[in-house]
Design a protein. Structure first.
Lengths: 128, 250
């Protein structure tokens, strides 16, 4: 039908609701995660360059600016992980017969539990 | 407590035959703490201005007709109490992300087409005669989809979804949740038909999981959860296609 009114595009839509802001912050944490992957790849590359190159690279990562970057990346990674596990009960509900496991329990069964198990196996494999 | 002064409603007005742009009109109505926003709009229409146009029907959160933006929040106006806003003014607008037909009424055609696209009904390969009785279902099987069957098509989730605002073709929360509801129904055999639509570019993979659809849903359907579950189901089908190319989707 002609004569309908179409609202203009809202470019600042993400400022309209706290939930939109939380979404954008979470998306932004991915940038830090991707950045840290680059650091990881560079670390591997320095290993390829020999012991001196590796030591030099590790020393550089210990400067105050890098330390600040590590902290920011860690906060971003923790926030990303916590919100990921927070979404697990919605995306992967667990049913016992007619009963659906409550959110916090499902987070442990489907999220934190398997993650801690895999992490423990890796730690055991590395330090054994 | 009965009437206690007045409350102002600022209402979005748009009449296509006279207005090229929308405008806002303020109305003072009696404040009654038992009233919901819908009562106030009905009072305006009955006592001040009969040209105000809005949709409503049941007044008890079942029909899904009276969804509007109340102070910027998608709400069923039959469930939005004036006492939660008084003494501040209440701004009432048509649901965002939809074209406006007139005043508070939005065009639903696109939404209805999207609902239709996911085939929200039970599909059977063989339809039994009614004399053979009903298709049996256990309480555990019912529990898998019951939450998603509570949708009243009020479209609040479409107003809360930024993807709907950006991609007109995006199938949207309610339609995808209903598609998933039937895919999870043990009596249904239409998953592969439905998945053809739900796996298309403008369907579930368009959802970025902002999650506000579930926040505003008045019936706690959790469309965001339904879509993520549907994604998992779609991914399983995709990988099954490698392992069992002939059996996939059956």
């Amino acid at each position: 039908m002609s004569g309908q009114y179409h609202r203009p595009h809202r470019w600042a839509w993400w400022t309209e609701r706290p939930g939109y802001m939380r979404f954008m912050v979470r998306e932004l944490t991915s940038v830090f995660m991707a950045g840290y992957l680059v650091v990881f790849v560079m670390t591997l590359a320095s290993v390829g360059g020999g012991e001196a190159a590796f030591a030099e690279w590790i020393a550089a990562l210990g400067t105050p600016a890098w330390m600040a970057a590590h902290v920011v990346a860690l906060i971003a990674a923790v926030w990303h992980a916590v919100t990921f596990f927070g979404a697990v009960p919605q995306a992967m509900p667990v049913f016992l017969g007619e009963r659906r496991l409550p959110g916090p329990v499902a987070q442990i069964v489907m999220g934190y539990g398997p993650w801690l198990t895999v992490s423990a196996v890796i730690v055991w494999w590395v330090v054994r | 407590m009965a009437n206690n002064g007045k409350i102002t409603l600022e209402i979005f007005r748009y009449h296509p035959e006279t207005d090229s742009e929308p405008r806002y009109q303020s109305y003072e109505v009696p404040y009654n703490e038992d009233w919901v926003v819908l009562d106030a709009i009905n009072w305006i229409k009955d006592h001040i201005d009969g040209t105000v146009t809005h949709r409503w029907s049941c007044r008890m959160g079942v029909c899904g007709s009276c969804g509007m933006m109340v102070n910027g929040e998608p709400k069923l106006t039959c469930a939005a109490f004036l006492k939660d806003y008084h003494p501040r003014a209440v701004k009432v607008e048509p649901l965002v992300n939809f074209p406006v037909e007139r005043d508070l009424v939005v065009a639903m055609d696109g939404f209805m087409d999207k609902l239709d696209a996911v085939k929200p009904y039970i599909i059977r390969d063989d339809v039994n005669d009614t004399s053979e009785g009903e298709y049996r279902q256990s309480p555990a099987e019912l529990a898998r989809y019951k939450q998603f069957s509570m949708c009243i098509n009020c479209m609040l989730c479409y107003a809360a979804c930024p993807v709907v605002g950006h991609e007109e073709e995006f199938l949207g929360p309610a339609a995808l949740a209903l598609g998933h509801r039937y895919n999870k129904d043990s009596r249904d055999e239409g998953q592969s038909e439905r998945m053809e639509v739900m796996l298309s570019d403008e369907a579930m993979w368009g959802c970025t999981f902002v999650g506000e659809c579930s926040v505003v849903c008045p019936k706690h359907v959790d469309p965001a959860g339904a879509i993520q579950q549907a994604k998992a189901m779609g991914a399983q089908e995709y990988f099954k296609g490698f392992v069992m190319p002939r059996g996939a989707g059956e």
